[in-house]
Design a protein around this ligand. Structure first.
Ligand code: PAF
Length: 286
């Protein structure tokens, strides 16, 4: 696996690698969830490009950017072991050159609810950097984790807008043995915070999935099941527990049934804070 830093090195390296290209955009602090993205990418492309870039435009402030975990040496080992061929680790000037304005992308209504409601501008930052990476790498395919449910839908919207036939793949969430979805943020949790998160977040979502499988379709009943688990854990602050149409992210009311979603898919997503660390998780029904 070769590592490149500048745009010129990237295009020179890409010119020598076989197509199709698959891109796995990341912000580093790689874990087994990223390895699953890289492994999935490898099954469908001749060349897997992994980018590591802590994108400042998707964070609220410089402090949050500085606090984001960084582990480049370990990331290189993980990316190579998982099957990446090229690692692109640009600095900010390579992505946002001072003399070449990068147009900001507004993802519209998909970006306004859920994570977007408490992180204004976040998804504009994500869409802008992903579009920029698409321009630089020109992949045939790109791979994103299903856990970041709103992000993957916004990237799908972006790919349609760009109309350059980049296929977006959703890769199933990878969970630790205690059920917690893998996330770079988990390393910021205390031991007790981690236990609290693991015994509530994935449990609440599994209960919803199990109840739905056994025939419960009322949004109000499914919501109550999940809320009971989460409210039993005082160290967890629930920010939202949302049932929305899986395509439009328009919320379903508590009077609705799961089958009322026009797209046929319901996204059940939640965000909760433990130890001041915001965690998200999601499942799709059916
Ligand atoms: O999910 C992430 O790590 C980031 O939001 C992404 C897609 C790499 C864009 O910076």
């Amino acid at each position: 696996m070769r590592t490149v830093i500048s745009r010129s090195e990237l295009s020179e390296a890409l010119a020598q690698l076989p197509r199709p290209f698959a891109l796995v955009p990341t912000m580093g602090a790689l874990h087994a969830g990223h390895a699953a993205l890289i492994a999935a990418a490898k099954t469908s492309a001749a060349t897997v490009v992994v980018s590591i870039f802590v994108n400042p435009t998707q964070f609220a402030n410089a402090e949050a950017v500085a606090q984001y975990p960084r582990s480049l040496a370990a990331d290189k080992r993980l990316a190579e072991a998982a099957g990446a061929h090229l690692l692109f680790v640009p600095d900010v000037d390579q992505i946002y050159p001072p003399d070449e304005p990068v147009p900001a992308i507004d993802p519209g209504p998909l970006a306004l609810r859920l994570e977007g409601a408490s992180r204004p501008g976040h998804f504009a930052g994500v869409a802008t950097v992903v579009s920029r990476l698409f321009d630089l790498v020109r992949p045939e395919r790109a791979f994103f984790g299903a856990k970041d449910a709103q992000q993957v839908r916004i990237v799908e919207w972006l790919a349609k807008q760009r109309n350059d036939q980049i296929a977006i793949h959703r890769v199933a969430t990878v969970r630790d043995s205690d059920g917690l979805a893998l996330s770079s943020r988990n390393q910021m949790l205390s031991a007790s915070g981690r236990t609290a998160a693991a015994k509530t977040i994935p449990v609440a979502l599994s209960l919803v999935a199990e109840a739905f499988s056994s025939g419960v379709t009322s949004v109000a009943l499914l919501r109550a099941l999940a809320e009971r688990v989460i409210s039993a854990e005082p160290s967890l602050e629930l920010q939202y527990l949302d049932f929305a149409d899986g395509a439009t992210l328009v919320p379903l009311s508590d009077r609705a049934q799961i089958g009322d979603a026009e797209s046929g898919e319901v996204l059940v997503s939640l965000a909760a804070s433990v130890d001041g660390v915001r965690l998200i998780d999601a499942i799709s029904l059916p």
